[in-house]
Design a binder for this molecule. Structure first.
Ligand SMILES: *[C@@H]1O[C@H](CO)[C@@H](O)[C@H](O)[C@H]1NC(C)=O
Ligand SMILES: *[C@@H]1O[C@H](CO)[C@@H](O)[C@H](O)[C@H]1NC(C)=O
Length: 211
C-alpha cells in the first residue's frame, strides 16, 4: 500500500458497504473499482461557462485515475466528458506545451469545491490529502446542462478547474450543495485545518489564468 492513489482505492473498498447504504443508487460505480467525486468545471477561455460534474473515477495505477464525467442536473444523468487525473510526479514528466492542457486540484480541494458526497470526514480527508497534489485533464463532449442539446454535437471542449474564490457564481455552488446535502463553506473551513496543500502549483498547469 505504498502508493497514494491505491491508498484511496483501499479506503473506498473499506467504505463501500457503508457508502452503499447512504449514497443514492446510481452514484457509485461498479463495486470496488470507482471513486465518486463531484466538482465544478468551466470551459477553457470562458470561466462564466460553469459546469457541475459528477466523476466516476477508476484507479489505473499508483499515479493515474481515469474518470467518466456525468452532468448532475437531470435524471438520468448524461455522459458529458472524461477526466484523467495524475500525480504530481507524472505531471512533472510532461513538457510545458502539454502541461497547458491540465489544471491543478489544489484550490479545488481547499475551497471545498471538490467533494465526495456522503463520504465520512476521516475517509474524505485521506482521499483529499492525496487529490490536493494531483492534476487533471478534462474534455467535455456534451454541453447538456448549458444548451439542453438532445444530441452531443460540436467539437469536444477542453475544460478547467477554478483556482480562486471570485471565479464562480455563488448560486451555482449553492445549487450543488442543495443537490448533495453538502455545505461547501463548512468543508472549506474543515480542510483549512485538516488538509495540507502543496506549497505551489507546478509551472505549466492552470495556464488559462495567463491568457
Ligand atoms: C462566456 O459565457 C457566458 C455564459 O454562457 C456567455 O454569456 C458569454 O457570451 C461568453 N463569453 C464569450 C467571450 O464567449
Ligand atoms: C454552512 O456552514 C457554514 C460554516 O460552518 C455555516 O455558517 C452555514 O450556516 C452553513 N449553511 C447551511 C445551509 O447549513
Amino acid at each position: 500500500m505504498k502508493n497514494p492513489l491505491t491508498l484511496i482505492f483501499f479506503f473506498i473498498l473499506l467504505l463501500l458497504p457503508f457508502a452503499n447504504a447512504t449514497v443514492p443508487f446510481g452514484q457509485l460505480g461498479p463495486q470496488g473499482s470507482v471513486l465518486f467525486l463531484n466538482a465544478f468545471h468551466f470551459v477553457s477561455g470562458n470561466s462564466s461557462e460553469e459546469l457541475c460534474a459528477d466523476h466516476f473515477c477508476a484507479i489505473l495505477n499508483d499515479d493515474f485515475l481515469q474518470c467518466t464525467v456525468y452532468n448532475t442536473a437531470t435524471t438520468p444523468s448524461h455522459l458529458v466528458g472524461i477526466e484523467y487525473i495524475i500525480s504530481s510526479k507524472l505531471f512533472e514528466t510532461l513538457d510545458m506545451q502539454e502541461r497547458q492542457l491540465w489544471h491543478s486540484h489544489s484550490y479545488e480541494v481547499t475551497s471545498g469545491f471538490l467533494i465526495e458526497p456522503s463520504m465520512p470526514t476521516t475517509i474524505d480527508d485521506a482521499a483529499m490529502q492525496i487529490l490536493v497534489g494531483t492534476y487533471g485533464k478534462t474534455a467535455h463532449t456534451w454541453r447538456y446542462d448549458a444548451k439542453d442539446l438532445s444530441v452531443p454535437i460540436g467539437v469536444p471542449e477542453l475544460v478547467m478547474g477554478y483556482t480562486h474564490d471570485s471565479q464562480i457564481t455563488p448560486d451555482f455552488v449553492n445549487a450543488r450543495d442543495v443537490l448533495f446535502g453538502s455545505n461547501t463553506t463548512a468543508i472549506m473551513e474543515h480542510r483549512e485545518k485538516s488538509i495540507k496543500p502543496p506549497a505551489s502549483v507546478i509551472p505549466g498547469a492552470d495556464s488559462w489564468k495567463y491568457g
